[in-house]
Design a protein around this ligand. Structure first.
Ligand code: TYD
Ligand code: MG
Length: 432
């Protein structure tokens, strides 16, 4: 075996390891980020192989038993939550639960623990704060144990001693956890990666399901949670506009179920309440309003009627403003360009603001036509036909393409006393 150096250098920014010190990390190009750490073989590289050996020897006889336990499904007893997960929580799995700060991650997971016996690893809040929340939510405090710690090693010890009393563990959040295995501050990519690796190992070994909370910024581009998406079994996003009360739980990766289901919740005084399909109506009811267009989007397989509002005003800035909320920036830019070219309106000298009702984030191109129609309506200061619903993907040439689930959307619109309008080209908006 090659001789191993006693110390090594770890980049506190990206977590890469080097044999010698450098002023700049050759991987992520960060300056002065390399820190010397003990090359603790028995702990680092050694842990994995030593532990694997142990598991192989110890568990051979129990393998089938363990396997069964690991695939057992626990219901969250929250219908919307179960549906998104597949059927429920799979033992031994790790779920990344991500979303913007303040969106309600801790609230929903506390509600979950109130129903399924589990451990809350509180790195961000004190047990007193969590207790207050448990009381406010009217939950069964007996179901919830709290470990106030930021240490992966401490959690490991607790779980080893706990003898399977916990069905699920909530780690809130991964950004404040750290492990002695690597250097760097909590929240650095290296720490996040190693901490998650350890959590995955614990979940598989003990047959406990672990929910890992990860904060993302509005752009969703923080290194942390993205970095660990490939390490976990399931990735859930909890989203919505913070000042709106609607929250959508969606999954972008699921080893145990579909990825096209969504769960809908409403944030109320007493926590998050499930919202069934027919209870959603996000249209303001201000009929015949200039700048407003109604569409039906499919969120997973659930049709949802929503309103798009556009404000097109003369610009006095050298670069006209494009402010989109709920609309992907590039998609919005494209639709502005098509509107300008095909409908022949000089948007280059107008500020354009677009908003989607209920804080929904559009990821359905079926809403394109309504976005264009709302801009057209605002520019023309003319309301669209009463009760019309616009669905269709807009091509670069202004041609409107039919999208999937037309029937389903039609039914939803009719149920709410409206009808889908069949348009083949955005030019036809001029006749509406
Ligand atoms: P929280 O779950 O702490 O968000 P996150 O963990 O994603 O950062 O929720 C934060 C917001 O939720 C907070 O501003 C208050 C609100 N809230 C309610 O409206 N009702 C409730 O019952 C609770 C517990 C929170
Ligand atoms: Mg929180």
């Amino acid at each position: 075996m090659a001789k191993v150096k006693e110390t090594m250098f770890v980049c506190t920014n990206c977590g890469n390891e080097f044999n010698k010190w450098m002023g700049q990390c050759s991987f992520c190009k960060e300056w002065n980020s390399l820190k010397e750490v003990k090359n603790n073989l028995s702990k680092k590289a050694g842990t994995r192989s030593a532990r694997t050996e142990k598991i192989e020897v110890r568990n051979l006889a129990k393998l089938d038993e363990n396997k069964e336990r690991n695939n057992e499904i626990i219901s969250t007893t929250i219908g919307e939550f179960d549906r998104v997960l597949g059927k429920g929580i799979v033992r031994g799995s790790v779920v990344l639960f991500s979303g913007e700060p303040g969106i309600g991650k801790s609230t929903l997971l506390t509600q979950l623990l109130g129903k399924v016996r589990g451990l809350y690893v509180a790195g961000e809040e004190s047990p007193e704060q969590i207790n207050l929340r448990v009381k406010r939510l009217g939950l069964n405090a007996k179901n919830i144990d709290v470990l106030a710690s930021n240490s992966i090693e401490e959690l490991g010890e607790v779980l080893d001693r706990a003898n399977n009393v916990f069905n699920i563990v909530v780690v809130d959040s991964i950004q404040v956890m750290s492990t002695e295995n690597v250097g760097g501050a909590a929240g650095s990519p290296g720490q996040i990666r190693e901490s998650t690796f350890r959590l995955v190992e614990m979940a598989k070994r003990l047959g406990v399901a672990i929910f890992v909370v990860g904060h993302v910024t509005k752009e969703g581009d923080i290194a942390g949670p993205k970095l660990l998406e490939h390490m976990v079994d399931t990735v859930l996003y909890f989203e919505g506009e913070r000042n709106g009360d609607l929250r959508i739980l969606r999954t972008t990766k699921n080893r145990f179920g579909p990825t096209d289901e969504v769960g809908v919740f409403r944030m109320e005084e007493g926590g998050l309440k499930e919202v069934r399909g027919d209870e959603i109506n996000l249209v303001s009811g201000g009929e015949n309003t200039v700048g407003s267009a109604v569409t039906v989007v499919l969120n997973g397989n659930r049709p949802m009627m929503i309103e798009i509002q556009a404000l097109v005003v003369e610009s006095f800035a050298p670069m006209p403003k494009r402010v989109f909320s709920g609309v992907d920036y590039n998609r919005g830019q494209l639709l502005v360009a098509v509107t300008q070219k095909v409908l022949g309106i000089p948007l280059y000298k107008y500020d354009v603001f677009i908003a989607v009702s209920g804080g929904i984030r559009l990821d359905d191109t079926g809403a394109d036509l309504a976005v264009v129609a709302a801009m057209w309506s605002s520019y023309k200061e003319k309301a669209l036909t009463k009760n019309s619903v616009l669905v269709g993907e807009v091509s670069l040439l202004g041609v409107v393409k039919k999208v999937r689930g037309w029937e389903k959307r039609q039914k939803e619109a009719q149920g709410l006393g409206r009808r889908l309008i069949d348009i083949g080209n955005v030019l036809e908006l001029k006749n509406l």
